[in-house]
Unconditional design. Structure first.
Length: 144
């Protein structure tokens, strides 16, 4: 069992992240990128897997050994379609958190969370620069 999340698992994680949102009856599509890629449009969701390969945790139900990693998510948004950038970024974060809360069942590649309340950290505003609002949160993920 590899200690570091595999490329296949990363791809599944990336696909599982929502990128279309309904905010104030308006459908908004966001770009999804890894943190080492360049932002070319807004809104954009950036993902970064860090602190990977932290000691094994057993899933007592299935008897599977999991490694822990941290997934950091940034949602970058500007005012668009009449929705303020801060409201847009926060609403997108809330919808993402609701989706990720369902990952207690393993995604393809055995990527999952164990506890929606403990594994998903609070959404925080990191402020704005040049009209781009940056909201971020982290998710403790587990992979086998």
């Amino acid at each position: 069992m590899p200690r570091i999340i595999s490329e296949t698992q990363k791809k599944e994680l990336f696909k599982a992240f929502p990128s279309q949102f309904t905010i104030n009856k308006t459908t908004v599509s966001a770009s999804k990128i890894w943190s080492n890629q360049i932002v070319t449009s807004y809104p954009t969701i950036t993902l970064n897997v860090s602190q990977d390969g932290i000691p094994e945790i057993s899933d007592v139900v299935d008897g599977v050994l999991y490694y822990k990693a941290t997934l950091t998510v940034h949602v970058l948004a500007k005012t668009m379609q009449g929705i303020a950038g801060a409201i847009l970024a926060e609403a997108m974060c809330n919808e993402i958190v609701e989706e990720v809360a369902n990952w207690t069942e393993p995604l393809t590649g055995d990527v999952r969370i164990f506890d929606r309340d403990e594994d998903i950290k609070s959404v925080q505003s990191l402020g704005q620069e040049n009209g781009v609002f940056d909201y971020a949160f982290s998710i403790r993920i587990y992979h086998s």
